[in-house]
Design a protein around this ligand. Structure first.
Ligand SMILES: CC1=C(CCC(=O)O)c2cc3nc(cc4[nH]c(cc5[nH]c(cc1n2)c(C)c5CCC(=O)O)c(CCC(=O)O)c4C)C(CCC(=O)O)=C3C
Ligand SMILES: [Fe+2]
Length: 337
């Protein structure tokens, strides 16, 4: 297979206050979510001036990846397109077609399997290509990377650095807590070709990052109506439970994420940090990979697996695959459908 471009696939986020509501309507399109619920979420964005950090983080990542490609003889032009906000993937695919691209490799900013984190990026690609029509380049999505050393390594270093900020005399009662985006139980059950893969991969990543088995994996950022069950416990409830068990300090490592976007700076640095403060728990939030050189190198290595048949770099043992087997990871039930 000959590839002639690289495209970064991401979620997208607003970059000014007027973007916020249209962005949120894009996120939940077709799902019958009332504007009042979106207005609540919008407040989190307004708290940061209506600017999500995610787009700038993707610009920084794309620049670092382009530099790394050039330094290592990977001769592919780089592009970037989002699911929910500009630059929208369909516009990017049109530009790629105009530039003569025929077959690109796509890197999605999510390490795990499941509908929201993987399958929906395949749908984004299909929708964008359908919108562009004849001549739209083929895009092959690069594999999930939950156990790649370039993803595990930065998280591991970040946990060590966060731990070092807490009182050493309380190590015995300091707890390591990993977090990831909660998803509906129905989505968790059907994640990956045989189901349950989102949680299984997160457990594997947590074990690899910690280097031992003495930690908790909990969930953050749940949304949706309260009668629909999502993965639990929520990080805030878990902090309460830890306090009751005699824990004095927590390191919170957001292994569910690749950069410090809004779910991290609001739900962890604001909400969970507040909860910890109220409970009198010492609290240190570990960094996400962002543009850590190991993570940037990983992106190139995933490309080289495809272009040069380079060996897969992996630390875990769960099965991995390139293209999603069909059918897997069905979309959630539409409300009112
Ligand atoms: C697994 C997962 C990831 C990680 C994988 C990945 O990174 O792809 C992720 C990332 C993100 N989620 C984000 C934002 C939002 N997610 C929402 C809603 C939802 N997320 C879900 C799951 C995930 N989400 C689900 C099952 C829903 C409900 C159904 C739906 O509506 O799809 C809503 C709707 C409002 C609400 O009800 O809360 C918003 C605004 C941002 C951008 C942050 C920024 O701006 O910096 C990012 C990176
Ligand atoms: Fe989300």
């Amino acid at each position: 297979m000959v590839y002639d471009a690289f495209v970064l696939l991401s979620f997208g986020g607003p970059e000014k206050p007027d973007d916020v509501m249209p962005f949120l309507r894009n996120v939940v399109r077709g799902r019958g979510v009332p504007d009042e619920r979106l207005a609540e979420v919008a407040e989190h964005y307004y708290h940061f001036g209506g600017v999500s950090p995610i787009n700038q983080q993707n610009r920084d990542l794309l620049a670092a990846v382009g530099k790394d490609f050039a330094a290592n003889g990977v001769d592919l032009p780089t592009y970037w397109g989002n699911r929910n906000w500009h630059p929208m993937l369909a516009d990017t695919v049109a530009r790629m077609r105009d530039d003569g691209v025929t077959h690109a490799l796509g890197f999605a900013t999510s390490a795990y399997g499941g509908y929201s984190s993987c399958k929906q990026y395949w749908e984004d690609i299909a929708n964008a290509r359908a919108k562009v029509g004849p001549g739209a380049p083929v895009i092959s999505k690069l594999r999930q990377f939950w156990d790649h050393p370039g993803f595990v390594g930065p998280h591991k270093n970040a946990v060590r650095a966060a731990l070092a900020t807490l009182d050493e005399s309380r190590r015995e009662t300091t707890r390591l807590v990993f977090t990831a985006h909660s998803i509906p139980l129905s989505m968790a059950k059907t994640a990956g070709p045989t189901g349950g893969r989102y949680e299984a991969q997160l457990h594997e990543t947590a074990r690899l990052v910690a280097g031992h088995d003495d930690w908790d994996l909990v969930w953050q950022s749940r949304s949706g109506p309260p009668q629909v069950p999502w993965l639990e416990p929520d990080i805030n409830d878990h902090l309460e439970a830890l306090k009751e068990r005699g824990v004095t300090d927590v390191v919170v490592s957001p292994i569910g994420f690749v950069s410090d976007h809004l779910e991290v700076i609001w739900d962890l640095d604001n909400e969970a940090a507040e909860t910890a403060k109220r409970l009198g728990l010492g609290y240190a939030r570990a960094a996400t990979p962002g543009i850590d050189p190991q993570f940037v190198t990983m992106v190139r290595e995933l490309v080289q697996e495809r272009t040069d048949g380079a060996p897969l770099k992996r630390l875990g043992t769960l099965p991995v695959w390139d293209d999603c087997p069909v059918p897997c990871c069905p979309p959630p039930q539409r409300r009112g459908a």
